[in-house]
Design a binder for this molecule. Structure first.
Ligand code: 5AD
Ligand code: SF4
Length: 465
């Protein structure tokens, strides 16, 4: 019988005991927006009596919140589904039910195909439908099978979600915008997340306030095209991201604001100006350029050139000279020649990124680039990626190395691995370790940086030896 463990049991004195909690295992793939979505699903399920578990073999409900951006990410889901199928049959032998849900972008993109390939899956839940999870679970318990929910419903899923309950951390994500109308020819996002949608300012200020009340001090505003944000403002008129940041900066107790991911074409003067003016807006900007050759950029439908990008970052650095820039880069886009790839390397050297994410082009079904002529052999992509990563790593080491000897204000987030140590973030998003009192978690403290490691900085709290 489904959810047998959850049924109330009689206590010796005749009172009903609290029902044993149902357990949910959630595995999140891909971007920060999926992290945000998983948190919201977990909160919604907590209201239904579920407790999260890290052990899939204990789970009455297993959710894979998936990513479709590159083939590798999508394929990982199917290998995990193989393992979950085995767990499901082992638990069934012990009389326990396990419901398997595939949520997120693979669910949105592949729909029915998932239950065909992996018949152990009970529910396929597209990225716009996760607020309907409780209702869909009760339909499954009522005997329906293999449900596939991938429509883009009319109702606003954010509106339909319960209020946020459980922020425990110092940092949090807040989805402000979702979807993308840019249609870069390599990208599945416009198909998996749909058209651009911006949440209203009032709902976001409310949600941010509640996060701050629960101890959050640093909020990262999320959107696939976050700087295209145009949510309804208090006066009913569309508000820009700069306007939204201004509203959020007024929240007492919120110390830091970040946003990601931005498109170069939507980097408005007002937003650049906000970096100069707004103390709470951190000097860190993730601004993908994708490729250094103009003909590749044109084939990608990016609608900017390499020169446009360099001019833009020069303007941003004039407004905020210490800003740390990060970016996304694709190698081996169809038709990319050796010379085109050299142009990518040249741009990386010139731009001096603090951080960069680089990927081999992965053809995605249904996107225009997947069927373009001139697909680049895997071996060439691999070599180019290696060369690019060397240049990126050198820049990363330079950026971190230049911090040694400086004082950086660090927002401490949690205990570090070593006793007595805390971990926090610099304004530039670097991880910083320092010996410090746990009472400093949630506070911004100046740290003198003493060393730069492979992935983090370490230092001493100012005023201490
Ligand atoms: N192949 C490789 N990388 C991709 N990205 C998006 N689509 C693809 C693809 N088909 C990269 C882009 C984007 C980041 C999130 O993922 O660089 O900015
Ligand atoms: Fe994808 Fe970003 Fe291009 Fe939108 S702007 S299509 S999300 S790469």
């Amino acid at each position: 019988m489904p959810f047998e463990e959850a049924s109330p049991q009689a206590e010796p004195d005749g009172h009903a005991a609290a029902p044993a909690a149902k357990r949910v295992f959630i595995k999140t793939f891909g971007c920060q927006m999926n992290v945000y979505d998983s948190e919201r699903m977990s909160e919604m399920l907590a209201a239904e009596g579920y407790v999260e578990t890290d052990a899939p073999d204990e789970a009455d409900l297993a959710i894979l919140n998936t990513c479709h951006i590159r083939e590798k990410a999508a394929e990982k889901v199917y290998s995990d589904l193989g393992r979950l199928r085995d767990i499901k049959s082992a638990r069934a032998e012990g009389g326990k039910e396990t419901l398997i849900t595939v949520a997120g972008c693979v669910a949105q993109a592949e729909g029915e195909e998932i239950v065909r390939r992996a018949p152990a899956v009970d529910l396929v839940l597209g990225s716009q439908s996760y607020h309907r999870l409780p209702e869909l679970l009760s339909r499954l318990r009522g005997g329906e099978t293999a449900l596939v929910e991938t429509a883009f419903p009319d109702e606003d899923k954010f509106q339909a979600l319960p209020e946020r309950a459980s922020a425990k951390a110092v940092t949090a994500f807040l989805t402000v915008q979702e979807g993308c109308d840019k249609f870069c020819t390599f990208c599945v996002v416009p198909y998996t997340r749909g058209m651009e949608y911006s949440r209203p300012v009032a709902a976001l200020v409310d949600e941010a306030r509640r996060l701050v009340q629960r101890g959050v001090r640093d909020i990262t505003l999320l959107g696939q095209n976050v700087n295209g944000y145009h949510g309804e403002g208090p006066d009913g008129a569309p508000t820009t991201l700069a306007g939204l940041i201004g509203q959020l900066a007024g929240i007492e107790g919120l110390l830091r604001i970040r946003y990601t991911t931005s498109h170069p074409r939507d980097m408005s003067e007002a937003l650049i100006e906000a970096h100069a003016r707004e103390d709470k807006l951190m000097p860190y900007l993730h601004l993908p350029f994708q490729a250094g050759a103009d003909r590749v950029l044109a084939a990608m439908n990016r609608k900017h050139t390499a020169a446009d990008y360099l001019a833009l970052i020069a303007r941003i650095r004039r407004a905020r000279p210490d800003i740390a820039l990060s970016t996304d880069i694709i190698v081996g886009f169809p038709g990319e020649s050796d010379a085109d790839f050299e142009a990518t390397l040249a741009l990386v050297r010139e731009a001096e990124f603090a951080h960069a994410f680089s990927f081999k082009y992965s053809p995605r079904p249904g996107t225009p680039a997947a069927t373009m002529d001139g697909q680049v052999p895997e071996e060439v992509k691999r070599e180019r990626l290696e060369r690019l990563q060397e240049v990126i790593d050198a820049g990363y080491r330079r950026f971190n190395g230049a911090c040694v000897g400086k004082r950086l204000p660090v927002l401490f987030e949690k205990a570090g691995r070593h006793a007595g140590q805390l971990v926090g973030r610099s304004p530039y998003l670097q991880l910083v370790h320092a010996d410090a009192d746990p009472a400093l978690i949630g506070r911004v403290i100046d740290v003198e940086i003493r060393a730069a490691g492979a992935n983090s900085l370490s230092g001493a709290i100012c005023g201490q030896s």
